[in-house]
Design a protein around this ligand. Sequence first.
Ligand code: LR7
Ligand code: MN
Length: 555
Amino acid sequence: MPRLKFKRISIILVTVCFGYWIILYWSSFGFGLGGASKRRFKHRSDGVRDTLLRSAGHGDESLLVPGEPEVYNTEYLTRLNKINTADDQRKYDEGYHLHSFNQYISDKLSYVRPIPDSRNQLCRRKSYDADLPTASIVICFHNEAMSALLRTVHTALQRTPSHLVQEIILVNDASEFTFLQRNLSRYLEKLPKVRLLYSAERLGLIRARLLGARNATGEVLIFLDSHCEVNTKWIEPLLARIKEDPVNVAVPIIDIVNADTFAYESSSVVKGGFNWGMHFKWDSLPKSYFSNPEAIADPIPSPTMAGGLFAMDRKYFHDLGEYDEGMDVWGGENLEISFRIWMCGGRLEIIPCSRVGHIFRKRRPYGSPGGDSFLKNSLRVALVWMDGYKKYFYQTRPGAENGDPGDMSDRLALRQGLKCKSFKWYLDNIYPEQTLPASVDPGVKKQLLNSKLKENNNFMKVETKRKGLLKHLGSGLCVQSERSIYDKRSLLTLAVCSTGDQSKDQVWYQTTGGDLRLANLLCLDVDLTFGPFARLMRCNGGSTQIWKFTTTGGA
Ligand code: LR7
Ligand code: MN
């Protein structure tokens, strides 16, 4: 079989936190702050040693044109992102490799940069009690970029009335970067109210949060990821809602800090849901919500939360069973606590007047010792909380029930002790829009999909010019789908080349239309909105799917 040899195929290998961005649509934000900020914010040349809380002195003067309004508009960010030297390029590549976001630009931006106030106008007119409960802000991190971590800390210190901050607790979850160990504690000494806890053993984010929470002394716990940027008056609406009733668990709207450009983008108002693969997803609100302008600043009950950013009365967090300590590294805890809050007498709400930015990245840059923690954690959620509905999870993730969930007796006892309602009650009352998956045999589903795709491809009337493997010259590995060959939006990965005709999973068909089809089904497509990265998509003949075969260098 002839092999297609492509001179350069750059494919960014990413695993996508799927639910996050496909359903989340957002509007791009104009960055004009008008005359709001007269203060001179300067960028730093080094994210580690320097802080932008000072008002003068910065690295590269050329980045600030005299007289330019000092806001971080797109143009400014583009200029900051410029790569001038080989050393810049090295830093840029290394940053992406370590963090899956643009650390290069993060290191150059101030910790407290002017960002647009993304709240609805109605929120700006609201006033809050001066006498609100105090908060312990808990931020766990594993191998975080120091500039992103410090941006989280500094914005929280700067944009929160100090009488409301009991402390900021950082939990270093066995980070491997020596510069983090060396520089961080020294840097933090000069910041008020910041405590640093360290675990030499990798706890995973769930047990790391437990460590933070158990050391906290404030009335309310607020969890943040280690790459956030809190916005104007973010804390008051959260604390006010908890003051009204301590069983209210309050979640801000999570704005988007673009992982590539670092533009701060306002998120639409949506609520949390989940699918039967136990992935969190965003659900749109009914039209009626938007038709009542007065209600736009009101709390929105949400069936689930994304997990990283929320406020909860500390005693209530404890009484409700904290987190499931049997859960490893990442995943599942957000649905677990969401189900538990609703089923055991609490309330989970999105608070539209509180906005916090979060860097959304396309893959997690760290490993998970001990295997697929998401699957194991989800299995624990299903077994403890989902009663008979767990069969839909097993149906969606075949084989999940055969995994070892570990000991769950404590969590089952907790559910009994708290006299929690059934999962059916939760679905009927809190998430009535949830649908059950059609029970289609997976084999039949594949066949159906296959014939539908073939139909679409025939409709486009292109012929195969040749077929073969896409082999990367350097590694000798072949390009295949990260998930299945039927999976739209699946990213590509490299794997050992299959020999002969034994696997169609690596066979690409080059057509007269200029596209490349894996197993003659889905097309190799470039996503420019979130990428650029390569993925599978339904063939559409568009420019994002046209590939050039070349054997000459530099073409
Ligand atoms: O072993 C680890 N130890 C840690 O301390 C792994 C991670 N962490 C830290 C990490 O440094 C970060 O601060 O835990 C935090 C969350 O990890 P991320 O940023 O890799 O997670 P995420 O943003 O991809 O994932 C979302 O879902 C997770 C499920 O376990 C957590 O609940 C995250 O907090 C959550 N993030 C958000 O909700 C932000 C909004 C994303 C959306 C939608
Ligand atoms: Mn995160």
